[in-house]
Write a protein that binds this ligand. Structure first.
Ligand code: SF4
Length: 439
C-alpha cells in the first residue's frame, strides 16, 4: 500500500506506545514549537486551512468547529476526545490508543492551547481494556515528563487531561450524551441548538472531536496545512484509518489517503475474500451507514482493482457514507435477512428510549424481521419496515433513529428479493449464512 501515513508511520513493537519511543519519533516537538512560537488563533487557522473533516462519522470540518470557541472570552472551555468507539465494525481509534497514545495527548495539549481549555477529557469506551491501560500509563508519563500539568515545557501554559471510562452504552458515543455521562447525569443525547461550542460540558463552550481527528492535529501543525492538503483528494484532504472486518483474508486497521481505490484496498491490501468468492456488498462506515452493493461500487471481483474511490463525496454518490471508517465486507452467499436481523437487535437494545420513533420503531422493526427469520413473515412486512424506517427520518433527537431507518432501507432497496423469497418459502435463499468459510 502506497501513500502518506499520518498516524501509522512507525513500526509497531512491544514498546512503541511508550514515551521514550514517541520521543525518538520526534514526539512533543510540535507542542514545543506551538507553545514557543504560535498564537492560539494560528493553530486554529492551520486546522481550518488543512480542510480536515471529522473522522468520527459526521465529517464536519474540524477547523470550523474550533472556530466556534473564542479563546479570549474569559469563559472556561473544554476539549473532549471521543474515544467511545462503539459503532459496530469500527476499531480504528483503538489502534491509536493502543499503539500511539502520546500522539493523542500531544495533539490534545496543542488543541487545549488553541482553545484555551484548562481541563480536557478523554472519554474511552469501557470495553477497551488494553487501550485504557496504555492510555492511562501514557498520561502518567506525560505528567512526569512535564508535557501536561503546570508550566508545560518551561512556559506559563497549564492544562490537564482526565481519562474517563464509559460503562458500555452505545449512545454515549453521541457527543452530547457523552458529556452528560462525564457530568454524572443520565447519558441522554441533547437537542441542538445550543451547539456544544456555545453550551457543552458543564454548560461551557466545548469541542468534542474523535480520537483520529484529534491525533492528526500534531501532524498538521508540524508539517503545515498545505502538506496535509497535498494528501488525499481535493474535496477530502488527508488520510483515513479504516477498520476492515467481515469476509476478508486480512482484517485489520489500514491507513489510506482519501481517494484510494476501494477495490485495491479490499482485493489487494486486505487479501481478497476467503474461497475467492465475489464480494456481495460492503457497509462502508459502521452499520449506521447504508450498504453498498459491490457491483454498484465496481469492486466485486479481484479484477475490479479500482471502483469507487474512497473519499467522502464519491462514497456519498454511491449512496452511503464513509461514516466511522468501520468497513464491513460481505461475501456472496451471505443472507441479508439474517444480517438485518442482527443489526436491528443491536439498535433495539441500544436505543436510549427518549424518542418514541426510535424507542418503539427499532423494536417493531426488530420483531418484524425476527418473525421473517422464524418463517412467519407476511407479504406486507416489507412495506411495514419501510414505513417505520421513514417515520424515524428527522424525528429523533440524535442520529441513531435515522441510522436504524437508513440502514434498514439500504438493505431493503438493494436486496428486497431476498426478503420476498424468505417470506414466500419460509426459509433463506442462502441457508441463513452469515459466516464465510475460512474468514
Ligand atoms: S434517537 Fe434513539 S438513541 Fe437517539 S436520543 Fe432518540 S431514543 Fe435515544
Amino acid at each position: 500500500m502506497t501513500g502518506t501515513k499520518v498516524l501509522m508511520n512507525f513500526e509497531v513493537t512491544d514498546t512503541s506506545h511508550t514515551l521514550d519511543a514517541y520521543l525518538e519519533r520526534g514526539g512533543y516537538q510540535t507542542l514545543e514549537k506551538v507553545l514557543k512560537s504560535m498564537k492560539p488563533e494560528d493553530v486554529t487557522q492551520a486546522i481550518v486551512d488543512s480542510g480536515i473533516q471529522g473522522r468520527g462519522g459526521a465529517a464536519f470540518p474540524a477547523g470550523r468547529k474550533w472556530q466556534g470557541i473564542n479563546p479570549y472570552d474569559g469563559q472556561p472551555h473544554f476539549l473532549v476526545a471521543n474515544a467511545d468507539e462503539g459503532e459496530p465494525g469500527t476499531f480504528k481509534d483503538r489502534w491509536v490508543l493502543e499503539h500511539s497514545p502520546h500522539t493523542l495527548l500531544e495533539s490534545m495539549a496543542i488543541g487545549a492551547y488553541s482553545l484555551a481549555a484548562r481541563h480536557n477529557f478523554i472519554y474511552i469506551r469501557g470495553e477497551y481494556d488494553r487501550p485504557w491501560r496504555r492510555l492511562a500509563a501514557a498520561v502518567e508519563e506525560a505528567y512526569a515528563a512535564g508535557y501536561l500539568g503546570e508550566g508545560i515545557l518551561g512556559t506559563d501554559f497549564a492544562t490537564d487531561i482526565f481519562v474517563f471510562r464509559g460503562a458500555g452504552s452505545y449512545v454515549c458515543g453521541e457527543a452530547s450524551s457523552l458529556l452528560g455521562s462525564i457530568e454524572g447525569t443520565r447519558a441522554y443525547p441533547r437537542n441542538r441548538p445550543p451547539r456544544m461550542t456555545v453550551s457543552g460540558l458543564f454548560q461551557s463552550p466545548t469541542v468534542v472531536n474523535n480520537v483520529e481527528t484529534l491525533s492528526t492535529i500534531s501532524w498538521i501543525v508540524n508539517h503545515g496545512a498545505e502538506a496535509f492538503r497535498a494528501t488525499g483528494s481535493d474535496a477530502s484532504p488527508g488520510t483515513r484509518l479504516l477498520s476492515v472486518s467481515g469476509h476478508v483474508r486480512r482484517p485489520g486497521v489500514y491507513e489510506v489517503e482519501l481517494g484510494y481505490p476501494w477495490g485495491r484496498l479490499l482485493h489487494q491490501d486486505c487479501g481478497g475474500i476467503p474461497g475467492d468468492r465475489p464480494i456481495k456488498a460492503v457497509i462502508p462506515g459502521g452499520i449506521s451507514t447504508p450498504v453498498v452493493p459491490a457491483a454498484l461500487a465496481g469492486i466485486r471481483t479481484p479484477d475490479d482493482l479500482d471502483g469507487v474511490l474512497l473519499d467522502h463525496d464519491a462514497v456519498r454518490e454511491a449512496g452511503s457514507s464513509m461514516g466511522s471508517g468501520g468497513m464491513i465486507v460481505i461475501a456472496e452467499g451471505t443472507c441479508m435477512v439474517r444480517l438485518l436481523h442482527i443489526m436491528l437487535r443491536f439498535y433495539h437494545q441500544e436505543s436510549c428510549g427518549q424518542c418514541t420513533p426510535c424507542r418503539e420503531g427499532t423494536g417493531w422493526m426488530h420483531r418484524i424481521v425476527e418473525r421473517i427469520v422464524a418463517g412467519d413473515g407476511r407479504p406486507e412486512d416489507i412495506e411495514r419496515l419501510y414505513t417505520i424506517s421513514r417515520a424515524n427520518d428527522g424525528t429523533t433527537i440524535c442520529g441513531m433513529g435515522d441510522a436504524a431507518g437508513f440502514a434498514t432501507m439500504g438493505i431493503l432497496d438493494h436486496f428486497r428479493d431476498e426478503f420476498t423469497y424468505y417470506i414466500e418459502h419460509k426459509r433463506s435463499r442462502f441457508e441463513g449464512n452469515i459466516e464465510c468459510p475460512g474468514s
